[in-house]
Design a protein around this ligand. Sequence first.
Ligand SMILES: [Zn+2]
Length: 263
Amino acid sequence: MNGWRWTVLSDGWTEAREALLIRGGSWRKTVRCAATAVLLDRDGQGPVLFDCGYSSRFAVETAGWPGRLYRFLAPATLTDPTGIAGILRRRGVNPEEVRDVIVSHWHADHVGGLRDFPNATVHASREGWQAISGLRGLAALRRGVLPGLLPEDLPERLRWVDEGSDLFGDGSLTVLALPGHAAGQIGVRFVSEGGTPVLLAADACWLSDGYRLNRSPHRCTGLLQDLPACEATLARLHRLFLDEPTLRILPCHCPETAALVAL
Ligand SMILES: [Zn+2]
């Protein structure tokens, strides 16, 4: 079985104090947290996207109340106004030909570009969707969701996946449940073209040291996420890190992941 080619892409970033991102981090140090998406393809399959960045719609949706509050809490710098769709186009991939988008969770920095992939099946967990479906205004914002980013026909294009789901029926790309940061958050694992196992860990931790050291974010982030569930998920990733030394675990926002962004 051929492995997957994978390409890390990004269309923007936000910043946060290191001490918020990981216990024991510095309050003085600011970390740039890129919103990354991953393009996957292999002979005869794909293109597949894991998450899809901010897109310029993020700026539109956060221009007025209550979206503005999102921008206030996590101001974004958009590095490419054409979004992940434009970046794909420049790489020779037509966004309309993206057949599958995997949504790790529904925070705006992961689904901002969703409207740019009108022909894709959207793979997501039922639990994650049920937690945010139908929310509007402040209720949505409290969950990190900007409903205007979601296409109207999304409900018809959703396909439920969860722990162990085998996306293409051949064991090449499977889903892990990574709850805590958001209800029903998922990640995926696959084997790369070069034979390396890779795990896209979404926001199970913000920094790679999180899973390496089994160190969770600052307690105050419990206002935004379910910390006990985050800790259980992190312990699982830490165990995988110890048990599978060749496994590459990539948290979405870690600068180590951003360093892989294809220019
Ligand atoms: Zn998130």
